[in-house]
Design a protein around this ligand. Structure first.
Ligand code: AMP
Length: 114
């Protein structure tokens, strides 16, 4: 049996997280090493290792994550905007092999990203 990722352990409540939003399809919680005043990790409950593994049957779930991020942004009053980042694979710096969106806000972000 393969080891559970840290995010699967959060879904299964085996390790704690500061959960901001949850529904049947997804979970959003505070990043443990925040890179901005607001830094949430938004994940599907379905275990998909990386963007490269997303299939057509995941379209509704992945689309739902964006609707959830919009809802969270309204709840948190992120009127100045926010950045959504997805790291896919080693060159992008993906560390946790469970698809996730970083939702960052509360400061200005540079472009191009590092
Ligand atoms: P990535 O490099 O895109 O795979 O991002 C993984 C993110 O997960 C990093 O920003 C970590 O700080 C974050 N992270 C790792 N473990 C935890 C945890 N237990 N609770 C919340 N965030 C975590």
């Amino acid at each position: 049996m393969t080891q559970k990722t840290i995010f699967k352990k959060i879904i299964d409540r085996e390790i704690p997280a500061e959960i901001e939003y949850e529904d049947e399809l997804c979970l959003a919680f505070k990043d443990i090493h925040p890179q901005a005043p607001v830094h949430l990790v938004v994940i599907p409950k379905k275990e998909i290792p990386m963007v490269d593994d997303i299939t057509e049957e995941d379209e509704a779930t992945i689309g739902h994550l964006f609707v959830v991020m919009r809802t969270i942004a309204r709840q948190l009053g992120l009127t100045g905007g926010y950045r959504v980042v997805v790291n896919n694979g080693p060159d992008a710096g993906q560390e946790v092999m469970h698809v996730h969106y970083h939702m960052l806000a509360g400061r200005k972000f540079g472009w191009p990203p590092g």
